[in-house]
Design a protein around this ligand. Structure first.
Ligand code: SF4
Length: 377
């Protein structure tokens, strides 16, 4: 017979980490990690920069996807100094396909600060790391503990799930009281030997055993210390996050060809796709007529232009947005070389355009425009 269900007040969670329980959880998880950890390339290096890069890439992206990107990025920018010295568009080009480009922009800015403020050496404490662009509590804790051995806590989605179940922490993801409780628990647990390995053990356990669906409780090394398991509540902790529906976004995209070249623009550095190259685009409504779309593009480019027809629509699903790129073939008497709404303009062949730092969505738009005959006639 399964044990009786019993609800614990989340406020009592901290008092549950009595020394014996703490030692049990730490010991079991570290031992399990030593036996079962996946052989991932960033676990074979002690280079803080390489470890930092892996943590940034892993924030929104699956491990299997990250591995080749991480390896290529390190070949292209092997040190903090090399990254800091590279032009931003080159860094964004190296990031293409990973999405969430603000991560790459922050990485680049942080590398420049590391060179300027810390002589090219990544600082070794979470407190100092937090002063760099792109470092939140999670990344600072991860780099400080894994690369430098500081007993700094971290909580990501995997750790939150494991701790919610182990300690029966109530509340939905995003709930502030719950988040504070989870960080307090992570802080208590990480103290001791091998803090970096312990943090990785918690994350690894969440990724491979204490999974969101169908956790492998029968194989779990800390099952006998897990309150959700003992109380038959594994399926209800943590409660699912209520996600907002992706926002629809429509962009009118100017496909302006001249003598085998297309007009490309680099966006301002803030906002969606900030700093990336694109076929010049302006946000419109779903039902904006072509003439109005052409006017918005003309305003963004600072010249008169007219629409000659459609070259199709490229659709792309991002995590928070459903994107429609409406390709509008345009032309004008005066060909711009600079524009009010963009940092830079260039007239490029398709091959030259492909080599620029461009989002995957815009890359597909470029391919679609060329395939639809944008450069002909
Ligand atoms: Fe997660 Fe199950 Fe282990 Fe509890 S017993 S920590 S729910 S895998």
């Amino acid at each position: 017979m399964s044990p009786p269900r019993k609800r614990k007040d989340a406020a009592a969670a901290e008092s549950l980490v009595v020394p014996e329980r703490r030692d049990f959880l730490r010991g079991q998880l570290l031992e399990w990690y030593d036996r079962q950890k996946r052989d991932l390339p960033w676990r074979r290096t002690r280079d803080p920069y390489a470890i930092w890069l892996s943590e940034v890439m892993l924030q929104q992206t699956q491990v299997a996807t990250v591995i080749p990107y991480w390896e290529r990025f390190l070949q292209r920018f092997p040190t903090v100094e090399a990254l800091a010295a590279a032009p931003l568009p080159d860094v964004l080009a190296g990031w293409r396909g990973l999405g969430y480009y603000s991560r790459a922009r922050n990485l680049h800015r942080a590398a420049q600060e590391v060179v300027a403020r810390f002589g090219g050496k990544l600082p070794s404490t979470a407190a100092e790391l937090l002063s760099l662009p792109g470092f939140g509590r999670y990344t600072a804790g991860a780099v400080a503990s894994i690369a430098f051995g500081e007993p700094a806590p971290l909580v990501d989605g995997n750790v939150a799930r494991v701790l919610s179940r182990l300690f029966e922490v109530e509340g939905a993801p995003g709930d502030r009281v719950r988040e504070a409780r989870l960080w307090a628990l992570a802080t208590e647990l990480v103290r001791g030997e091998r803090p970096g390995d312990f943090n990785q053990a918690l994350m690894e356990h969440g990724a491979t055993v204490c999974r969101p669906e169908n956790p492998l409780c029968l194989l779990c090394p800390v099952r006998e210390g897990c309150l959700a398991y003992l109380h038959g509540r594994v399926d209800e902790l943590p409660p699912a996050r209520v996600r907002a529906a992706p926002k629809r976004m429509t962009l009118a995209v100017a496909v302006w060809a001249h003598e085998g070249r297309l007009l490309l623009a680099r966006r301002a550095e803030k906002g969606l796709f900030g700093g990336l190259w694109e076929l010049p685009a302006a946000e419109v409504e779903d039902d904006t007529p072509d003439t109005d779309s052409a006017s918005r593009l003309a305003e963004a480019l600072g010249v008169s232009l007219s629409a000659r027809g459609h070259l199709g629509t490229v659709r792309r699903q991002l995590t928070h947005r459903s994107l429609s790129l409406r390709l509008l073939q345009v032309t004008g008497l005066e060909r711009p070389t600079e524009a009010p709404a963009f940092r830079e303009l260039r007239w490029c062949t398709p091959d030259e355009a492909s080599a620029l730092g461009m989002s995957t969505a815009m890359h597909k738009a470029l391919e679609a425009a060329v395939a639809a005959g944008a450069l002909q006639g």
